[in-house]
Design a protein around this ligand. Structure first.
Ligand SMILES: NC(=O)c1ccc[n+]([C@@H]2O[C@H](COP(=O)([O-])OP(=O)(O)OC[C@H]3O[C@@H](n4cnc5c(N)ncnc54)[C@H](OP(=O)(O)O)[C@@H]3O)[C@@H](O)[C@H]2O)c1
Length: 223
């Protein structure tokens, strides 16, 4: 599939781009500045080549151009930037494109703590995004750490809860998630459940800080 990572120059988008390029997808890293995107794409290709993925192509484009070319568009920008970012790219989206919201409304968006959330008016970051586009929005990957995504030597040992009101889009994103070694995709139900999933990230950040870790994740049992 053709996958775009809006803000893919950052930690989370770059890690997801690496993993899904390694899985064989055509990856486009987006940035507000095309030059930054191209540089990140080159770095991704180098890292992938070092790990034996020689034939992968990662491109870099300005965010709207990246969005225009993709079947699945991942939003990986800080929450405070997500509304402006979606408004900037939404007219470029293919009408069938799936939008995957990875953003978490941490209190840092308003100068607060990363261990606390703010509550967006729509209920969650993902529902905020769905209120701005007609495309199906899927919430996923909020509970996966960028550090674990980036280290291609290791499996990403966690469950990824996927929520959406669009079943086909949800299935597509669950299949993509399971292409990342170690990841199990969980059907998290409707998009409104993103309110709960996003809040888990604040808890994981708190656990990372308390236990001196960078990659605490979640696993559900007996499921
Ligand atoms: N880091 C994690 O472990 C992690 C885990 C789960 C979820 N998340 C979520 O994923 C999202 C991205 O996290 P991150 O750690 O990757 O963030 P980041 O590295 O701080 O930022 C990602 C990218 O967003 C773009 N950006 C920054 N400010 C912007 C603005 N004002 N307007 C538009 N674009 C802007 C930048 O790209 P350009 O400057 O190239 O445009 C930047 O490289 C966040 O919502 C976060 O809560 C992160």
């Amino acid at each position: 599939m053709r996958l775009a990572f809006i803000g893919g120059t950052g930690h989370q988008g770059f890690g997801l781009a690496l993993r899904l390029a390694a899985a064989g997808h055509h990856v486009i890293i987006g940035s507000r500045e095309e030059e930054r995107a191209v540089k990140a794409a080159e770095e991704a290709e180098e890292i992938l080549a070092e790990h034996g993925y020689e034939d992968v192509t990662v491109e870099g484009r300005e965010n709207s151009d990246a969005a225009a070319e993709a079947e699945v568009v991942f939003l990986t920008v800080p929450f405070f930037a997500v509304i402006d970012t979606v408004k900037a790219i939404r007219d470029s989206l293919d009408e069938d494109a799936i939008v995957v919201d990875v953003t978490v409304p941490l209190e840092t968006a308003v100068g607060g703590k990363p261990t606390r959330l703010i509550r967006p008016w729509a209920g969650s970051a993902a529902e905020t995004v769905q209120s701005l586009v007609n495309n199906p929005v899927v919430s996923a990957f909020e509970n996966v750490s960028a550090e674990s995504l980036r280290d291609l030597e290791k499996e990403v040992k966690c469950d990824v809860v996927v929520c959406s009101d669009h079943e086909d889009a949800k299935r597509t994103v669950m299949e993509l998630a399971e292409e990342i070694p170690g990841v199990r995709a969980i059907d998290g139900g409707p998009l409104e459940n993103a309110r709960i999933v996003e809040s888990i990230t604040a808890l994981l950040i708190s656990l990372n800080m308390r236990y001196g870790k960078e990659d605490v994740g979640i696993r559900f049992t007996n499921l």
